[in-house]
Design a protein around this ligand. Structure first.
Ligand code: AHM
Ligand code: MG
Length: 347
């Protein structure tokens, strides 16, 4: 029987109190999110039993069918964050506009963004889903926060993380001091430190992409993915394919085992499918803190300045050398096409 454990509360407290100027507010905000994660995890576990699986008949702002658990997760996040005086404004993938703090509650110095239940199309088949969150310091000088507080580039994040509701529930986060993972012990209801200081391998074993879109990608992306599969063995050892279709699960596996996740632009999603603010930026902060990297193919994800709340972006993220290989291949193939015949193997 283990009698000494590190709870998420103790770990966050110890980390923040290395800085004398720390007020503890960010720590408390992270506990609020950990509490929301426990409530959502419980709802997911109960889902099959209490018959809350399936759609709620509503569609979210992107026109996608909303699952009942999406609504529960979204409300849970808001209710755990909106009354504490730590948050000035929120934004959720499930809400069209920014989510203000109700007037009866005080506002604080952080803006919090979240995808309350990512990969929700996987719920009905009992596959892993997740919550992704991103925290910025407010930049508005007065009032109760505005859209400018959430439209900040990813490099301004003070923390980001995700919760994976899989065979166990894990919370992984960074405040810019490395990436740390906690596993929920359901017997005591606490997240316990299980993966301190996660560093992702420089070269990974896996590539993760929805290859049914292959014919809809631009040719440079087709060449890059074929490279990951073994078309240029002198440059890239062939990788194994893994794809759950749930970003949190695909990203988490690749973070731990090493690998690359891609969701490129295609003819159906010319700007990419994933959202910059709720998916790409928070994951990019984690990837970089774990010594990996993230790009849209040309630009570092964390440098992109968002123009609107639900902006999408192509995403290539994971082990540093693998992401570099894809970015280089895109650049070389595009410039070879511009100046003459393509030197890569024919498709
Ligand atoms: P969601 O936020 O509506 O759940 O969509 C995002 C999900 C990601 O988790 C996943 O990486 C991607 O969509 C999968 O898309 P596809 O089914 O097109 O492969
Ligand atoms: Mg999502």
């Amino acid at each position: 029987m283990q009698t000494s454990v590190t709870t998420i509360e103790r770990f966050i407290f110890d980390q923040e109190h290395r800085y004398p100027e720390a007020t503890g507010e960010l720590s408390n905000l992270l506990y609020d999110i950990a509490l929301a994660a426990k409530i959502i995890a419980a709802a997911i576990r109960r889902a099959g039993l209490v018959n809350i699986l399936g759609t709620a008949g509503a569609r979210n702002v992107q026109g996608e069918e909303q699952q009942k658990l999406d609504i529960i997760a979204n409300e849970t996040m808001k209710n755990c964050l909106n009354h504490t005086g730590r948050v000035c404004v929120m934004a959720s993938e499930e809400d069209e506009n920014i989510v203000p703090v109700p007037p009866e509650y005080p506002v604080g110095k952080y803006a919090v963004l979240f995808d309350p239940l990512d990969g929700s199309s996987n719920i009905d088949v009992n596959a892993a889903v997740g919550t992704i969150f991103s925290i910025y310091r407010r930049v508005s000088m007065e009032g109760r926060g505005n859209v400018g507080d959430v439209l900040q580039p990813g490099c301004k994040q003070v923390a980001s993380g995700y919760v994976m509701y899989g065979s166990s529930t894990m919370l992984v986060y960074t405040t810019g001091q490395g990436v740390h993972g906690f596993t929920l012990d359901p017997t005591i209801g606490e997240f316990l430190l299980s993966h301190p200081r996660i560093v992702t391998p420089r070269v990974g074993m896996y590539y993760s992409v929805n290859e049914s879109n292959f014919g809809r990608w631009e040719r440079p992306m087709q060449v890059a993915v074929r490279g990951l599969k073994g078309d240029v063995p002198d440059m890239m050892k062939p990788k194994n394919s893994r794809y759950v279709g749930s970003l949190v699960a695909d990203f988490h596996r690749n973070l731990i085992a090493g690998g690359i996740f891609l969701y490129p632009a295609d003819t159906r999603n010319p700007g990419g499918k994933l959202r910059l603010l709720y998916e790409a930026s928070p994951m990019a902060f984690i990837a970089e803190q774990a010594e990996g990297s993230a790009t849209d193919g040309t630009n570092r994800i964390l440098d992109i300045v968002p123009r609107n709340l639900h902006q999408r972006t192509p995403l290539v993220i994971g082990s540093r050398e693998d992401v570099g290989f894809v970015a280089d291949t895109l650049r070389r193939t595009a410039s070879a096409r511009a100046s003459g015949p393509v030197v890569q193997p024919a498709l």
